[in-house]
Design a protein around this ligand. Structure first.
Ligand code: ADP
Ligand code: MG
Length: 819
């Protein structure tokens, strides 16, 4: 126990103990460091770090220690707290005010970093410290408290689970309820309107009342049961939600009528069975249409999930067996026949294969693979049957990761919606007060009880804030799906909101503006044999995955040279590599690197250097034992579409610049060809970040586009980090938006999508608000004093159903909108 001596010794029984998993501890001194850091936190009463289990047990008084403090302390000590992100299905989560309450409640739990409750797909996305939170217990608490049906603790959801269509099942059930409610409401309507349907007078009036009573009961408490159970659960929790409004509205009409039926004698008064029943029917119709539309918003994920075949052909002991893809394991060998989808990620065992990867990368041409190449699950075998060895399965595959990203994006909320949610959460009580006032005003101005009541009901029913809760999530869901289809993965809603508003876009050079497929254009050597220089360079570069390394290795293979063993190899990001080959110390890198190593660059070499830089080639120095022995020129070319895309942004008044670790001359030449006027050259990864920082300090919003490990820091720092890659890189972890194929056109697609999504969100929010602002006074009877118009609660129900439907429909436009 490393207790802080100055701290008052707390009674251990009054403490909560949590286990915090810590990453990166390598020895006992690390333990002491973490312990020391944690124990000076004001809230922590006892701290005990265990090296073997890599956990810190922290005891604290309830509410006295914040999650962020713990993480910050551990990070300050130089380690990391393990974090986890999980999407929890929360069937029944439909009310934005409940969502806001869940976010507040869960957000205050120790161990939670971030929580988003989403009514559009009925999920809760949770970032948390595993161990500090018991998901199963938390799910149970939430279920009880908010009347949901949360199941957690099964760990990762399998790809196939996604295909289980909850929304359409729900839509079908709601449709049945609606049909029942509609038919019975029609009967009740006829029975209560003898003025319109004279034939019903053949039935005695009190019998008509009793029949109406029974039928309406079935509608309200059978078909519309969910509203009353929801109301009751909210009431028990001391709150009110959307269900409360519907239950209060229809319930008031029903119980008033029931009272008149059961205590006759006041027969002259009108009953409102038809109102109660029809409100329920219309709201159910709205819910049905909403569920159907919501099902469509999730279609893109299902399309992705359906790429994974259900069945795989396993090859074992020269036998071929069909097994469910879910049972595949790393190491198994599978046969993939022509035209079939690859069941999981793995390595090609046969000589050659032609694969259509368009579904994952958007790249339309088939990709040629040779033995040992990586194959991605979900892509299609275009040529002949081949065998592969499975490496990764299920959610660990590239496809699984894409699905995970899209789902996370769909579950996240842009800042704009948080405001709407907060408003929705105070909406219900405000509406109830307004409705009560409406009743009082009508009653006190000399109207009958029943007329006052009808207006009360109209206000309650019309003010339901569902449209408000659907405005953003549905748009984000459709947009994320659309993005995935276009080869753009947007990891969070926030970057959707920001991207189209950026002031600056910084583009990395190699691999972003240029193809990154480099070739050796020219080699020269000084006092050494050219092939020998190349061999030394290649031997060191064989441990790098930089595009330059690949170019040097290709050249070496072309010349039929042999690699030698390289020892003590070190990578200097932004500069080059070093290592020992054949007892000689080798440096490979740019001029800055050579100068830094205090190696002289002689006159004749400088001449060469000039010549190379003028040609837009990147010079690569090779120094052997402290002397420049070779100068390689590496050629790359600007991507075909780059000038057009850069123009796209500059014409929109966005300032485009290039950042690169390469030398000024080469960088300028590339920038000229791409149409960029501002160049930051010779920037190490940290200095790339500095540029962004200083722009941000001037109040500018910055997007950074990069492809490599050397861009990761900058991608994190930028307001919007955009990575280029196929879904496996470090850059992808750090980025907010991922462009799956190398084509920069996706940048403008992402930009337009961002702008259009935000426009749809704003439209949705505007209409949802405007609708309430206009309809509440109308329902309260604002038109009555002037024109004698009273608003029938049945129309209120219809209007409110239509408002949700129109919001969802508007969001669905993003599926087809031109990008
Ligand atoms: P960029 O910012 O253009 O993507 P990097 O930051 O990766 O470029 O590299 C900057 C410069 O450092 C390169 O232009 C090259 O001169 C040198 N360099 C980096 N890595 C290597 C390497 N593995 N071998 C040789 N030179 C390298
Ligand atoms: Mg790069």
């Amino acid at each position: 126990m490393a207790n802080n001596r100055n701290k008052m010794q707390a009674d251990p029984r009054s403490l909560i103990y949590k286990l915090i998993p810590i990453e990166g501890m390598t020895c006992a001194t690390c333990v002491a460091r973490v312990e020391k850091g944690l124990s000076v936190l004001p809230g922590a009463s006892s701290v005990n770090v265990n090296f073997a289990t890599e956990q810190a047990a922290v005891g604290f008084k309830p509410d006295e220690l914040s999650t962020l403090d713990v993480i910050e302390s551990v990070e300050k000590s130089g380690y990391k707290v393990k974090k986890n992100k999980e999407i929890i299905l929360a069937p029944g989560l439909q009310d934005p005010s409940v969502a806001a309450k869940i976010e507040e409640f869960v957000g205050n739990m120790f161990g939670v970093l971030d929580v988003t409750a989403n009514t559009a797909n009925e999920t809760i996305t949770l970032s948390f410290i595993p161990g500090a939170i018991d998901l199963t217990a938390a799910g149970k608490i939430l279920s009880d408290k908010f009347g949901l049906n949360i199941t957690t603790g099964q760990g990762k959801s399998e790809i196939e689970n996604i295909l289980v269509d909850n929304q359409s099942l729900k839509a079908r059930r709601t449709l049945l309820k609606f049909v029942l409610a509609a038919v019975l409401s029609a009967v009740v309507f006829v029975l209560t309107m003898p003025e319109l349907f004279p034939f019903v007078t053949t039935v005695k009036s009190n019998v008509r009342l009793y029949i109406s009573f029974v039928l309406t009961s079935i509608v309200l408490f059978g078909a519309g049961r969910q509203f009353f159970t929801g109301f009751w659960k909210a009431l028990k929790a001391g709150t009110a939600d959307m269900n409360s409004l519907i239950a209060i509205g229809s319930g008031t009409a029903f119980f008033y009528s029931a009272f008149l039926t059961l205590f006759p004698g006041v027969e002259t008064l009108h009953v409102y069975y038809d109102t109660a029943a029809m409100i329920t029917a219309f709201i159910l119709l709205g819910r049905y249409l909403e569920a159907k539309a919501k099902g469509q918003t999730g279609a893109s994920i299902k399309n992705l999930a359906s790429l994974q075949p259900k069945i795989a052909l396993q090859v074992a002991n020269s036998e071929i067996n069909e097994i469910p893809s879910a049972q595949l394991n790393a190491g198994m060998v599978c046969l993939v026949r022509t035209g079939e989808h690859i069941p999981a990620d793995g390595i090609l065992l046969d000589e050659n294969a032609g694969i259509d990867e368009s579904m994952l990368t958007g790249e339309s041409l088939p990709v040629d693979k040779t033995s040992g190449d990586l194959l991605l699950g979900g892509t299609v075998n275009m040529d002949s049957p081949f065998k592969m060895r499975i490496l990764k399965t299920g959610m660990d595959t590239a496809l699984g990761q894409i699905i995970k990203l899209v789902r996370e994006a769909q579950g996240s909320k842009p800042p704009i919606q948080k405001l709407a949610d907060r408003i929705a959460s105070i909406f219900v009580p405000v509406v109830l007060i307004l409705a009560a006032l409406t009743f009082l005003v009508w009653y006190l101005t000399g109207h009958t009880f029943s007329v006052s009541m009808v207006n009360f009901i109209a206000v309650v029913v019309v003010a339901c804030p569902c449209a408000l809760g659907l405005a953003t999530p549905t748009a984000i869901m459709v947009a994320s799906g659309r993005g995935a289809r276009e080869g753009v993965l947007i990891k969070n809603a926030q970057s959707q909101e920001i991207f189209h508003k950026v002031d600056d876009i910084l583009l990395d050079k190699t691999g972003t503006i240029t193809s990154g497929k480099m070739k050796i254009a020219q080699t020269s050597s000084f006092n050494y044999d050219e092939n020998k220089v190349l061999m030394y360079a290649a031997s060191v570069e064989s441990q790098s995955n930089h595009p330059i390394a690949k170019a040097i290795l290709d050249e070496m293979i072309n010349r039929g040279l042999e690699l030698q063993e390289a020892l003590n190899v070190k990578t200097k990001p932004g500069f080059g590599m070093e290592g020992d080959v054949d007892g000689k110390h080798i440096y490979i890198g740019n001029a800055a690197f050579i100068r830094r190593k205090k190696i002289a660059i002689e006159e004749n070499i400088l001449e060469q250097l000039n010549h190379i830089s003028k040609k837009m080639w990147t010079p690569v120095f090779v120094a052997i034992d402290g002397k420049v022995a070779g100068l390689l020129a590496v050629a790359d070319h600007v991507k075909e579409e780059a000038p057009e895309i850069i123009k796209f942004f500059t014409t929109r008044n966005i300032h485009v610049s290039m950042v690169t670790g390469d030398n000024e001359r080469t960088a300028k030449a590339v920038a000229d060809e791409a149409g960029i006027d501002k160049v930051y050259a010779e920037r190490t990864p940290e200095r790339k970040e500095d540029i962004i920082k200083s722009l941000q300090e001037k109040g500018r919003k910055v997007a950074m586009v990069g492809d490599g490990i050397n861009d990761a820091v900058a991608l994190t720092r930028a307001d919007v980090g955009i990575a280029i890659g196929t879904g496996t890189d470090v850059a992808i972890e750090s980025a907010d938006i991922i462009i799956m194929k190398g084509d920069l056109t996706a940048l403008s697609t992402a930009f337009r999508l961002s702008a259009k999504t935000v426009r749809v969100i704003k439209e949705n929010l505007f209409w949802a608000f405007a609708y309430n602002v206009i309809m509440i006074p109308v329902a309260a009877g604002a038109l009555y004093p002037l024109w004698g118009i009273m608003f029938n609660p049945v129309f209120a129900a219809l209007a409110m159903a239509m408002s949700s439907v129109s919001v969802v429909t508007n969001s669905l436009r993003l599926k087809r909108i031109r990008l």
